[in-house]
Design a protein around this ligand. Structure first.
Ligand code: SF4
Length: 185
């Protein structure tokens, strides 16, 4: 039976998903042994089946990210944090360093939408439409929100690293990555 895989991008830049496409024609081999149930790669947006493997790009910066990550935890046997953002917050977590004022989130939003030198905001409004997901007090990496079973470091991990790790997970064996695939200098 084919392994079922789901992927998602939370507070990430989609670079990890783009890197996944660097497995190139090997994706045809992958499709012989795996089925993508929900992923931006095929634009399937809902879980229709329980999955064996969930790949998470990005950490959590808003409530929607948290709900999505919890859904992945509930619907995937093995949950994998892919890339620096999922593992330790990555670039979005830089906002956690804003802590000088009594309201760090407000300070962060004012910097982003009002005060930054490159901002043009004629109304000086900060987006607050009720349809927007509620922003969290800070950015959380995935393991601060749910249990994570496996991490693939890198920004992004290379296509070869993703390929080797994913095929090992599908076979149910430890990923034996050569040094070239786990050096980041
Ligand atoms: Fe983008 Fe790097 Fe974060 Fe992946 S780890 S989502 S490539 S910033």
């Amino acid at each position: 039976m084919k392994k079922r895989i789901a992927t998602v991008s939370l507070a990430g830049c989609f670079g990890c998903h783009m890197s996944f496409l660097d497995i190139d024609e090997r994706i045809l081999d992958l499709l012989k042994v795996a089925e993508f149930v929900k992923t931006p790669l095929n634009d399937l947006k809902k879980f229709t089946k329980h999955c064996d493997i969930g790949l998470i790009e990005g950490g959590c910066c808003n409530e929607e990210n948290v709900h999505t990550l919890q859904e992945f935890r509930n619907k995937c046997d093995v949950l994998v944090a892919v890339g620096a953002c999922a593992i330790m917050g990555g670039l979005p977590v830089m906002r956690n360093a804003i802590m000088n004022s009594e309201d760090p989130l407000r300070e962060c939003l004012e910097e982003a939408y009002m005060n930054s030198p490159t901002v043009f905001n004629a109304t000086n409004d900060i987006p607050n439409d009720p349809a927007l997901p509620l922003i969290l007090d800070k950015v959380y990496n995935c393991s601060e929100v749910v249990r994570i079973d496996c991490q693939i470091p890198g920004c992004p991990p290379s296509g070869d690293t993703l390929w080797q790790t994913l095929t090992a997970l599908i076979k149910g064996v430890p990923a034996d990555l050569p040094y070239e695939l786990i050096r980041y200098d």
